[in-house]
Design a protein around this ligand. Structure first.
Ligand SMILES: C[S@@+](CC[C@H](N)C(=O)[O-])C[C@H]1O[C@@H](n2cnc3c(N)ncnc32)[C@H](O)[C@@H]1O
Length: 254
């Protein structure tokens, strides 16, 4: 879609890693509750499928564990069986990832490939029962929505998790006429929850989830549009002050 491929950290990285860990704590708690029901025996046997579309280095000396390792550790902590597929395009970054994940279980697979190759592997596979996660943590705003769309169809029970600077995206909506993120995401998977935005770039984690409406998300700092706080965050994440003024000209302060 757009440009940069290289791994790099920002001052928002520790918050991102914490947010992702919070997401996983809640997600795995829900999975364990589902697996307790004998009717879900097959899903339990299949375990959690994890696609990490932007693997990174694994462990960074400044910011600690990255998403593939956070996922692995959290799955162990919650007693979740998994199969993980981690994609990292940059050769040097992949080399570091390989070192920091050496000795990981056989079901933890890493690939020095562009994540779009996943499409070729999906052919003929339909997995209606398996729960799991697709994690997209691009450099800049390079989100492969076409891939997410195809994957959401093949794996309807996978949640899509996106780390993004919503403020930067919003500017591109104004300046370059990009589509708004919720409008794009609603064509992929309908139920959106989101993490509190931080910093000027409004970093957030967006989740298109199968498990919206669980109050427990709030204790992990995720909201949806059904709460006042959620509406406040949503407006901040996806609309500029000018947009809001046009939508609500009667609001004081505009
Ligand atoms: C922000 S970093 C990921 C950080 C990682 N998720 C973590 O938590 O440490 C983005 C990574 O995506 C990789 N990348 C960019 N485009 C890619 C593609 N098409 N396929 C696979 N990896 C890609 C970059 O090389 C970079 O290492």
């Amino acid at each position: 879609m757009k440009n940069s491929k290289k791994y790099k950290t920002s001052t928002a990285t520790p918050y991102k890693q914490l947010s992702f860990a919070d997401f996983l704590d809640q997600y795995f708690s829900i999975l364990n509750a589902i697996y307790m029901n004998p009717r879900n025996k097959k899903s339990h046997e299949l375990g959690c499928l994890y696609f990490d579309l932007n693997g990174g280095v694994g462990t960074d000396p400044k910011t600690g564990d990255g998403s593939p390792i956070i996922f692995h550790k959290k799955a162990i902590e919650h007693g979740i069986k998994y199969r993980a597929h981690i994609y990292e395009l940059d050769k040097e970054t992949f080399g570091k990832l390989a070192v920091s994940t050496s000795g990981f279980p056989d079901d933890f697979h890493i690939y020095n490939q562009d994540h779009s190759v996943i499409v070729d592997k999906l052919d003929g596979i339909y997995q209606p029962l398996q729960h799991g996660i697709i994690y997209c943590d691009p450099t800049d705003l390079d989100i492969n929505f076409d891939l997410l769309k195809v994957m959401a169809k093949y794996y309807p029970k996978l949640d899509i998790v996106i780390n993004v600077a919503a403020g930067s995206w919003k500017r591109s909506v104004t300046v370059h006429d990009w589509e708004r993120l919720p409008d794009i995401l609603s064509t992929i998977k309908g139920k959106l929850i989101f993490r509190k935005p931080i910093m000027q770039s409004q970093w957030t984690i967006l989740v298109c989830t199968n498990f919206k409406g669980f109050k427990a998300w709030e204790s992990r700092h995720f909201q949806d549009l059904d709460t006042d706080l959620g509406r406040e965050w949503y407006n901040k994440l996806f609309y500029s002050a000018n947009d809001l003024k046009k939508m609500n000209p009667q609001l004081p302060g505009f």
